[in-house]
Write a protein that binds this ligand. Structure first.
Ligand SMILES: CCCCCCCCCC(=O)SCCNC(=O)CCNC(=O)[C@H](O)C(C)(C)COP(=O)(O)OP(=O)(O)OC[C@H]1O[C@@H](n2cnc3c(N)ncnc32)[C@H](O)[C@@H]1OP(=O)(O)O
Length: 240
């Protein structure tokens, strides 16, 4: 079973034209450290343009990339599987080993990156740490439909949570959403591009108060407004 799985993956990479000895590009495949522990793995950054991005999306992306040149803004990379230092810290401090089912570990991936290109959440987040704000460019694909032709409110809420979460992470530490309050003002058409502007309004001990709005690219349509309370986790306190 193990051998046939290995052979299957090898032939898949052969189809992808990977050279022998070249770093492995991780895309949809879950990590398999025990099988390929000697190989250097390059994880795909999903916040870069792909062919499903609309012209508006690419234009806005280019504009923000320009803003990154003087260092005031940065593009946040986004991975499906890669463990960041924060996720390792989270596991160390807050996750009870008995809650982690070994057979599930290889299947774990970031919820918003679990779709093929263009079908689900296409987004990139830019962060301005000095101004404590982020801008998320988001194009919601056809698998996120709710009312025909429009995005599901839960999909929009997911992106709002993600955008606010990225802003709440600016001061440092591991944060979780404690409260999310959304006013849906206009439905968002499927495959349109929206801009989520988030800001950190107040920091009070471990509590971070944030707000955001979701607008069309031309800023004429206000789709949603939201506020969120995020809590910086206390390593002394168990989550379970
Ligand atoms: C770049 C990539 C970015 C990716 C971003 C992804 C974003 C996704 C974020 C999420 O979706 S996280 C998942 C959804 N959230 C949860 O599952 C959290 C579940 N809740 C908890 O685990 C705990 O309630 C929580 C960790 C949030 C807080 O527990 P603590 O024990 O650390 O805090 P505590 O209960 O002592 O409260 C601390 C303060 O916050 C206040 N507080 C907590 N929850 C509140 C609440 N819901 N409303 C108002 N105030 C609240 C609480 O009153 C208190 O205020 P004071 O310091 O003034 O006394």
């Amino acid at each position: 079973m193990l051998r046939s799985c290995t052979a299957g993956l090898r032939s898949l990479w052969a189809l992808c034209g990977r050279r022998e000895g070249a770093p492995r590009l991780s895309t949809d495949l879950p990590p398999a450290p025990r099988l390929f522990s000697t190989e250097k793995v390059i994880h795909k950054d999903w916040s870069l343009p792909n062919p499903s991005w609309s012209k508006d999306f690419k234009l806005l992306f280019d504009q923000f990339m320009k803003k990154c040149e003087d260092g005031s803004w940065e593009r946040l990379p986004s991975y499906k599987h890669r463990s960041t230092q924060k996720s390792e810290d989270f596991k160390t401090y807050f996750l009870e080993p008995k809650l982690v089912k070994e057979e599930r570990v290889s299947q774990v991936q970031l919820f918003t990156r679990g779709f093929e290109d263009g079908l689900g959440f296409e987004y990139v987040i830019f962060s301005n740490n000095d101004e404590k704000r982020t801008v998320c460019l988001f194009q919601g694909g056809p698998y996120l439909q709710g009312i025909p032709g429009f995005l599901h409110g839960g999909a929009m809420a997911t992106m709002i949570d993600t955008a606010l979460g990225s802003c709440a992470a600016i001061p440092g530490g591991i944060v979780m959403t404690a409260n999310l309050n959304i006013n849906f003002k206009r439905p968002v058409p499927i495959c349109s591009v929206v801009v989520i502007n988030s800001q950190l309004d107040k920091l009070e001990g471990r509590k971070l108060f944030l707000s955001c709005n979701v607008r069309s690219v031309d800023e004429k349509t206000l789709y949603s407004e939201a506020t969120g309370l995020f809590i910086k986790l206390d390593p002394e306190k168990s989550l379970t």
